[in-house]
Design a protein around this ligand. Structure first.
Ligand code: ADP
Ligand code: MG
Length: 680
């Protein structure tokens, strides 16, 4: 049977069922057999009725003692029967399923599964699942049974039956594409066995073997594909070849000497940019490690090679900040820097776009507005994206498409654990800046409860009187009856009752208009405000060297990586800085997490811990994270298998052409592209 055939070609699937299956994403026979259960119920153990306890689920094997009775209770039809297995009896009840009255054959045995209760002194099973005991294998009982994600009108029993029958009829058509040598090396069972046992495991061990095989396969293919994208990029040619790399003029303008980490990053980048094919590199570096300076040198290199640079930042505030910092650096050099952001007037935007299209703008800084189709570049040679994981992977591609294979540089301050990086950045070369600018003092971090507020305010007061500034972060904007979380607005008002009332305080949060937000940030940067009460909008990009206190309320609300980002807003100048985490939660995991912050200043260490504690979904927050959707693998639980799959990919050259061909064919099936176009 052709696995690519539409699902309605299999037995028992007509128009109606086809539509139901389509709803859960099953279109072809292959989709059906690769529809992975979300869970399993272990019904392999049968319990004699005499051993059944109330309140628990069991599967029993029993006969219907006599034809069930049917009664009507108001509009509800009730079918009641007595089941008996020779060791005991129980009542089975169903509602509004009158037809069940005639379903049972009193001479046959059935599996009944459900929760047993005591009703009016009798052991009772309400709406149990049942299935006739047959010579052949049972589907819904007497075994470990699959539990699928459903949609209305599609029930477990139906889906189980369709998948079961389908697997039976096509077993011989399931192709093995993993070479024998690979399967041996990594201990992987065959594909047909894996698919059968992921749905209907013969035993627990069979399930684990099946899952391992399918997880490996999924991660292996994903890694291989990313690697091939990377190789594919290396085969493309940049429209613009860079040949000038004299950077003294720009580096001499920095008020500091580059750190060794920044220098090494630049060396790697220059090596990349001197090639004929485009650079595709990620610079990872902890908050404050000086990635912007590296980006600025790169933009300068693009300029002296006659190319435009686009710098894309995730927020207006960050884009503006970059704009200011680029303008300062390039001032008086004849290099034109422009800003394009959503909040500009239509006229301003039009004018800016003209400058970009004419090539008069050399460096273009903006938010995602840069990827809109009416932004046309004359000679885009370098694309820099900041804080990459906030953009989807696709957005990355859209901006690149505006040039003829421009060089791409991605900057991320969120250190990604290596395992996740393999997936998220598997198509990129990676540079890590490990050094911090000299003279940075360690941020003094403490973790306290609310009883410390008075002391904290006095502490802030004292520092502000010495000329410093402080941030206070609250988790929500407005107060809300449902939670006791601190809100920016309420908190701001409550400062009236503290020594901070004498200081200049201001608020900033995501629901303010862009200009208001900008003004609040500008005033803080200019030293006009002493204390800024904010939501996490200040998480990225704010750079006020004079601020030295970061107070985080309801610190339990944040993951380690996010706390680390927030903390990174201070410690940017010569002053000793402080981060104060406030939480009244007694929860041990919360306390441990916050204590980790006190102990560690290393973003990588914190992100590994975060991933361990919270899993990848949480790790990236609710924002679009750019992780591919996986059918079965779990990037957190299956890290070990990911490592093995990665190892396997790195030995791919050892396979024969025929073996490799089979794998490529499978990739083609998954990613739905024409095999002929696969160039790798
Ligand atoms: P991030 O890597 O978080 O983007 P930035 O590029 O914003 O870091 O740099 C943080 C601060 O450190 C900025 O104020 C910048 O001017 C400063 N800085 C960058 N490089 C150096 C250096 N080599 N020596 C001293 N200060 C530096
Ligand atoms: Mg930065």
């Amino acid at each position: 049977m052709d696995l690519k055939a539409p699902v309605e070609t299999i037995k028992n699937v007509g128009e109606k069922r086809k539509e139901l299956l389509n709803k859960v994403g099953i279109y072809t026979v292959r989709d059906l057999i690769e529809y992975i259960p979300r869970d399993y119920a272990d019904r392999s153990r049968l319990t004699p009725l005499c051993d059944v306890k109330e309140g628990e689920e069991y599967t029993v094997r029993a006969k219907m003692k006599k034809k069930p009775e049917m009664t009507a209770r108001g509009r509800v039809v009730v079918v009641r029967g007595i089941i008996n297995d020779g060791t005991g009896e129980a009542v089975a009840v169903w509602f509004n399923r009158g037809y069940l009255r005639n379903t049972f054959d009193m001479s046959k045995e059935y599996y009944f599964t459900g929760v047993f209760e005591n009703r009016m002194g009798r052991l009772t099973l309400t709406s149990p699942d049942f299935e006739e005991v047959r010579e052949s294998e049972a589907i819904n009982a007497g075994r470990i049974v699959p539990v699928y994600h459903l949609t209305k009108k599609l029930n477990q029993k139906l889906l189980r039956k369709l998948i079961y029958d389908c697997l039976e009829s096509i077993e011989g058509d399931i192709e093995e594409f993993m070479p024998y040598s690979v399967r041996r090396r990594y201990g992987l069972c065959g594909r047909a066995y894996a698919l059968k046992n992921i749905h209907f495991p013969e035993s627990r061990d069979a399930f684990f073997a099946a899952r391992r095989r399918l997880v490996f396969e999924e991660l292996f293919i994903l890694r291989l594909r990313l690697l091939n994208i990377k190789k594919g990029i290396k085969k493309q040619y940049t429209g613009l070849e860079f040949s000038f790399f004299e950077t003294d003029r720009i580096i001499g303008r920095f008020p500091f000497r580059l750190t060794s980490g920044q220098e090494e990053a630049l060396e790697e980048i220059i090596e990349d940019m001197s090639q004929k094919h485009p650079m595709n590199r990620l610079i990872q570096g902890d908050v404050g490690s000086g990635k912007t300076a590296v980006a600025q040198v790169c933009a300068y290199i693009a300029y002296i090679n006659g190319a435009q640079t686009a710098v894309m930042a995730p927020t207006d505030v960050l884009a503006t900040q970059h704009y200011i910092s680029f303008c300062e650096l390039f001032e008086g050099m004849g290099i034109s820097v422009v800003l394009l952001k959503g909040s500009m007037s239509a006229k301003e935007k039009r004018e800016t776009k003209r400058l970009i299209a004419d090539g008069e703008a050399h460096i273009v800084i903006g938010t995602h507005t840069l990827i809109q189709s009416d932004v046309v570049f004359k000679e885009l040679g370098l694309v820099i994206t900041d804080e990459q994981h906030r953009f989807g992977v696709n957005q990355r591609g859209l901006l690149t498409a505006k040039g003829t294979n421009p060089h791409t540089l991605i900057m991320s301050a969120t250190p990604i654990p290596r395992t996740l990086g393999l997936i998220l950045y598997g198509d990129l070369d990676i540079t890590t800046i490990k050094t911090m600018p000299a003279g940075r003092k360690k941020i003094d971090t403490s973790f306290v409860d609310s009883s410390y507020h008075e002391r904290i305010y006095n502490f802030i007061y004292k520092h502000v009187k010495q000329g410093r500034q402080a941030y206070i972060v609250c988790p929500v904007i407005e107060e809300n009856d449902k939670t006791e979380l601190k809100s920016v607005k309420e908190y701001f008002r409550s400062l009236e009752g503290t020594p901070l009332r004498e200081l200049n305080t201001a608020i900033v949060h995501g629901r303010m208009k862009a200009e208001e937000k900008q003004r609040a940030m500008d005033d803080f940067a200019a030293g006009k405000t002493d204390v800024l009460v904010a939501t996490t909008v200040i998480e990225v990009g704010i750079n006020v060297a004079n601020a030295n206190i970061m107070l985080i309320e309801n610190a339990e609300r944040y993951g380690l990586s996010q706390l680390h980002q927030l903390r990174g807003r201070v410690g940017r100048g010569e002053h000793q800085s402080y981060c104060i985490l406030v939480s009244d939660k007694k929860d041990k995991t919360v306390r441990d997490r916050l204590k980790t912050m006190v102990k560690s200043a290393d973003g990588f260490e914190l992100s590994e811990k975060d991933l361990m504690l919270r899993g990848p979904g949480e790790f990236f927050g609710v924002r679009q994270h750019g992780l591919p959707e996986l059918k079965i693998a779990n990037l957190y639980k299956d890290m070990d298998i990911l490592r093995e799959a990665d190892d396997c990919v790195s030995h791919i050259e050892e396979l024969s052409a025929e073996e490799y061909g089979a794998i490529i064919k499978r990739i083609g099936e998954i990613y739905d592209f024409d095999n002929k176009n696969v160039t790798f």
